[in-house]
Ligand binder design. Structure first.
Ligand SMILES: Cc1ncc(COP(=O)(O)O)c(C=O)c1O
Length: 364
């Protein structure tokens, strides 16, 4: 497949930065353009049809992670989703997080007055499952909130292991899948969690301002809506009437959404499904191995993990100026707290890794 034609940014850059921002395909860009053009030309005329389309987008998202559409809400980004979840879970008190996880996953629990306990990652970024379990036991944890893949190290906590911990300790498991959704296969029928949230603009290649939020069916009965709006209550206007509404995830979509961005999500999901998530995963594993094996001697691999703990994020101990020096050669990466982050996706090639390798070898 000629990805350079489909993803125009590849004509400008050796793009190894999907962990920061995934690329938009020409087709997805066109979907956004067509919808904005229709809006400009027709105003409210097409709006009802757009609302009708939302259930198809939920359905596509649900199928992608092996759940039912009634368990999925469409969101603007991860942060808005996790705040909604933290509010919904306020009848629980004790939360366990990983100390240097993504800030948006850490902050809501503090802000909303939970008792927050932390488990530290080791110096190389590993997060031992035993440490998680030990903390759960010692602090009588009720909610475990973790990233599937850590943004700064690329360390992956296998969902099967997290799911087993959830069952063993009878806790609520909240997973941030922003750094895995679209690149690592996720099937929640096989590895149940309570909540999973992913922004669409990275590995899902869905552009900005969209995401998926999953809440498992068995949790719905213990939740009550924290946000009520027209999107939730429709034509019911008396508070007494709406206050007794049962919770369903789509009640989180309380106001008008950014349809353009959600149409992009649907298109991107269908493009990813067309290539196949298993094929995508295999390709990034190959690229990761190539990258790890070809690192110049002077560059140390930090994310040196077993396959089951690896992702499509590779972190190396390069000099602080590396990101800028690579960018000057149109090679795009990111510096993060643990080092230089290199994050190839299915649209990258072996040549991209070779170019990076030569540029790294030449670094001063
Ligand atoms: C683990 C993780 N979660 C979430 C996000 C993004 O959150 P949001 O979509 O709210 O900007 C990022 C972005 O880097 C991330 O790495």
């Amino acid at each position: 497949m000629n990805f350079r034609e489909k993803y125009p940014a590849l004509q400008n850059y050796t793009y190894l930065n999907t962990a920061a921002c995934g690329l938009l395909s020409t087709k997805t860009q066109r979907v956004i353009q067509q919808a904005t053009q229709q809006y400009a030309q027709q105003g409210s005329v097409g709006r009802d049809a757009w609302f009708d389309e939302l259930s198809a987008i939920r359905q596509a998202g649900a199928e992608f992670i092996g759940v039912s559409a009634s368990e999925v809400a469409l969101i603007n980004n991860f942060t808005s989703g996790i705040y909604q979840i933290a509010q919904l879970l306020q009848h629980h008190r004790r939360v366990l997080v990983v100390a240097d996880d993504y800030p948006s996953l850490l902050l809501p629990w503090h802000l909303l007055g939970f008792e927050v306990f932390t488990v530290a990652a080791l110096a190389d970024g590993r997060i031992p499952l035993e440490a998680i379990e030990d903390n759960i036991r010692r602090h009588n944890i009720e909610v475990l909130a973790v990233s599937h893949v850590q943004y700064s190290s690329g360390f992956r906590l296998p969902l099967a292991a997290l799911s087993a911990i959830r069952k063993e300790h009878d806790i609520k498991l909240v997973v941030d899948a922003t750094q895995s959704l679209g690149v690592i296969p996720i099937n929640l029928r096989e590895t149940p969690v309570d909540v999973l949230i992913g922004s669409g603009y990275k590995w899902l290649t869905a552009g900005l301002g969209n995401g998926l939020l999953y809440i498992c069916q068995s949790l719905h009965a213990e939740l009550s809506p924290k946000v009520l709006g027209f999107g939730t209550v429709g034509s019911k206007v008396s508070f007494q009437e709406v206050n007794r509404m049962p919770f369903t995830p789509d009640t989180l979509e309380a106001g008008h959404c950014n349809f353009f961005s959600l149409f992009a999500l649907k298109q991107a999901l269908s493009e990813i499904r067309e290539i196949g998530i298993e094929a995508i995963f295999e390709k990034v594993i190959q690229l990761r191995h190539q990258l790890q094996e070809s690192l110049p001697d002077k560059i140390k691999l930090i994310s040196d993990y077993e396959d089951e703990n690896s992702s499509s994020i590779v972190v190396v101990d390069a000099p602080a100026e590396a990101e800028g020096q690579l960018k000057a050669q149109n090679i795009i990466t990111s510096t993060r707290p643990r080092g230089l982050r290199i994050s190839p996706h299915f649209y990258n090639s072996e040549q991209d890794i070779q170019q990076l390798y030569s540029a790294l070898a030449d670094l001063r």
